[in-house]
Design a protein around this ligand. Sequence first.
Ligand SMILES: *Cc1c(COP(=O)(O)O)cnc(C)c1O
Length: 369
Amino acid sequence: MDIVLKRSWAEIDMHQLERNLNIYKESLNGSQRIMAVVKADAYGHGDCQVARRLSLLGVTDFAVASLDEACKLRDAGVKGEILILGYTPPEYASVVYAKDLIQTVISEEYAEAICETNVPFRCNFALDTGMGRIGLLTNEDDGCNETIKKYSSKLQVEGVFTHLCVADGNDEESKRFTKRQIAQFENVLEKMPELKYNHCLNSAGGLWYDSKNADIVRLGIVLYGLKPDYENVIPEGIVPILQWKSVVSMVKWVESGTSIGYGRSFVTKRRTKIATISTGYADGYNRLLSNKGFVLINGQKAFIRGRVCMDQFMVDVTDIENVSMGTEVVLIGKSGDLVYTADDMAHDIGTIGYEVVCNISKRVPRVYI
Ligand SMILES: *Cc1c(COP(=O)(O)O)cnc(C)c1O
């Protein structure tokens, strides 16, 4: 059977994706080209669809988190360069090579393990300038220059990159730290022979920083129209490309004193019109929204009553007209004059927009408009 639409679905606006890309490029601090970060199924937006569209728009560089993600793109016919940002077990080196992918070298130990496989795959060395995650530490003399040189004869080292960890912070300490990270990255590159790909800027970095050694910006979250940090002001015209919608399955009036949902965590204080929504936490609708969040119906807010269930949840529609079986509900997006973004939802439950969109589960079909 075909996927069932009109239960819970995500609409993705591909024209807005294009607008976001173009506005971002215009507002860059330098003249870098874009490496589109499409890991985690393009932050839940659909990696193959997004990458194919970006290819048509002239993007030739992509980044993913894993070998599986990279192979999926290759097998879908995505041309251009695909960089794997995370760990690939050395025993898969031949796959990296065969699919013409670029692998991140995480550590000297990793470089050594790859050399032992005798597969001279293409790679970028990661530098740890302050993230504390992967990469060669840059704060020790010239150790990493020596390491990279040592492996340059055995592997196809095509680039060096680092990752900024507070480029979205607007306070002085974050700015100082970010500038220091970029300086350390540049310091390593100064003593290196010319390489093809050098990159240190993420979405936030591209907007608010620059580096003479960065030819490429690794653009993730802002491409999808979300903000690295809730307090950030991103360029005008960049807006979310995803809306998440669902429908009402049932509407009923209940008396005052009626409990709603598991655990009876909500009890009505008045005669209340309750609508049941056909989305739940198995769809990625966060359970922390229980008794807290709201959805948009007919341009109005309808607050969640009781706990979010696996496949459904209930809202109060007492003051909203024209709600019945099949009425469209906006979980994330726009309804009338109201807008509720993934960033807003994330802010309400103490996380980040990245997590909200990544968590929209595979049960929710993506529809491209
Ligand atoms: C995820 C990721 C990015 C993209 O970051 P955004 O904040 O989404 O732009 C860039 N570089 C690396 C190494 C990443 O892991």
